[in-house]
Design a protein around this ligand. Structure first.
Ligand code: MN
Ligand code: MN
Length: 470
């Protein structure tokens, strides 16, 4: 038998989870992915993620903060699209909280506000779309899509729509052009232009009433079906939020089933692991208050009342202070944030075997080597980034080390290759110590994002250890 070589203690080397984790941890990591896939399949939009999360919180005796008279477990939902939850610690909240902050919106294709039309050329009823976030448009054609969202009817009642995910339900398709006729339309164009956003219309339906004299009989028939099923008319679309998401469920991937492939893992993987970390710490009796925050609109710049720029998260912390009998004024709120530690829980790009050239391997995240920490994101000369302080970065590494968490430091891509941002800087602007920390994905923003179960579990373990830090 070959003797195991002594490692040079002066060298740093990241560890492979499958090779170095205890057998019981490996078993836990594999098991952890099961309910995670269920979550991905049930929470297809930010609204559905909030609904799913609230059900979990209620099952664990959390109360809505606005109504709670006492109690340590509270949460608050804002406009159905963003949610914050907390377990109040034993010391004053103004001494600082520990937060895991993820986002629950994902790139997708929305229906336009006046979407339905009868296409004169094909004689079909179609829907016009407008994409949301950074998608590669060619990925969204020729693939089964499900329609999710809400319609607020004329009588102000709210209707939840979900078509295409359940067995037996029809799905929707944006057809791609056949290769036989794509020579001029597509093959002469570059990848970004080959699929024109104005040609991403959904083929919605085609039937017509027998003997109908109606001018736009296909559109009329579609509206008749919609009215029968939902009691809506065409005008109800105008205020609706309807999103097309991949109709394909999350699944195990790889011969060893060591990976999960599925839509929306940016950033629901960090939301899920953040929530599970909080729930796993319910008996921990923490000193510092534990907060988990899911924001909306990250994929389009975090603006608006439900994005991370919104006052919602500050108001949540102020309400927590008040609930805990502490001063909720501006000065104390500022101090609270300045005393706090936050993991900006967002995914990062793992080294892709097909495109190793866009990464600098030594400073990039690899599958199976644990949760990824990014000291900074941004692009170019660290432009627009949150650059975590060395003291805090070292502290996070100590926390993970003490808890036996598999972790690695990795930047998103080579310098000047491109770049991206997270909500880290928004929370850091409030004075908190913030660092990016999340799972490495391959195929980020695609319909089939890929993660390693080792990294999924390590992300959970990292958040769990961080939340209970004293
Ligand atoms: Mn993200
Ligand atoms: Mn993203």
């Amino acid at each position: 038998m070959k003797e195991k070589k002594e490692k040079n203690p002066l060298l740093y080397e990241r560890k492979n989870f499958w090779q170095e984790a205890p057998a019981a941890e490996i078993k836990r990591a594999m098991a952890f992915a099961g309910p995670y896939k269920d979550f991905l399949n049930q929470a297809r939009t930010e609204r559905e993620s909030v609904i799913w999360t609230e059900a979990q919180l209620k099952a664990h005796k959390f109360q809505p903060l606005a109504a709670a008279k006492a109690g340590k477990r509270v949460y608050s939902i804002f406009r159905g699209k963003t949610i914050a939850m907390a377990v109040i610690g034993s010391e004053p909240i103004s001494k600082g909280f520990n937060m895991v902050a993820a986002h629950i919106d994902a790139p997708r294709v929305d229906l336009k506000q006046n979407p339905l039309y009868e296409d004169k050329n094909s004689d079909m009823a179609c829907m016009r779309t407008h994409y949301y976030g950074g998608i590669k448009k060619y990925q969204w054609v020729s693939t089964p899509l499900a329609l999710h969202g809400i319609i607020v009817k004329a009588d102000s009642s709210l209707l939840r729509v979900s078509i295409g995910d359940k067995d037996g339900e029809p799905v929707f398709i944006i057809p791609d052009l056949l290769p036989h006729l794509a020579r001029k339309e597509q093959y002469t164009k570059n990848l970004a232009e080959a699929i024109d956003a104005s040609k991403m219309n959904l083929v919605f339906s085609g039937m017509k009433d027998p003997g109908s004299e109606e001018k736009e009989a296909a559109k009329a028939y579609a509206l008749k079906l919609l009215n029968q099923k939902y009691g809506i008319s065409e005008q109800d679309f105008i205020s609706a939020e309807l999103q097309l998401v991949p109709a394909t469920p999350a699944r195990d991937a790889g011969l060893d089933a060591s990976m999960v492939v599925g839509y929306g893992q940016d950033d629901r993987i960090c939301a899920y692991t953040g929530l599970q970390a909080l729930l796993a710490n319910l008996d921990a009796k923490p000193k510092r208050t534990m907060v988990v925050y899911f924001s909306d609109k990250e994929e389009v710049g975090s603006q608006g009342s439900t994005g991370a720029h919104s006052v919602f998260i500050q108001d949540f912390i102020a309400s927590l202070l008040k609930h805990n009998g502490e001063k909720d004024g501006s000065a104390n709120l500022r101090q609270t944030f300045m005393n706090s530690m936050i993991l900006s829980a967002d995914v990062t790009a793992a080294v892709d075997p097909n495109y190793p050239n866009v990464h600098e391997r030594q400073n990039a995240v690899l599958f199976n080597h644990g949760v990824g920490i990014s000291k900074y994101t941004g692009s170019g000369g660290k432009y627009s980034c949150n650059d975590a302080n060395a003291e805090f970065t070292a502290k996070v590494i100590r926390i993970f080390g003490a808890a036996g968490v598999f972790w690695q430091m990795g930047a998103l891509g080579k310098v000047d290759e491109g770049g991206g941002g997270t909500i880290a800087y928004i929370l850091a602007n409030l004075g908190a110590e913030v660092i990016d920390c999340g799972t490495g994905l391959m195929g980020m923003h695609s319909l089939y994002e890929l993660c390693s179960k080792a990294d999924l579990y390590s992300t959970f373990a990292a958040y769990k250890a961080f939340l209970t830090t004293k």
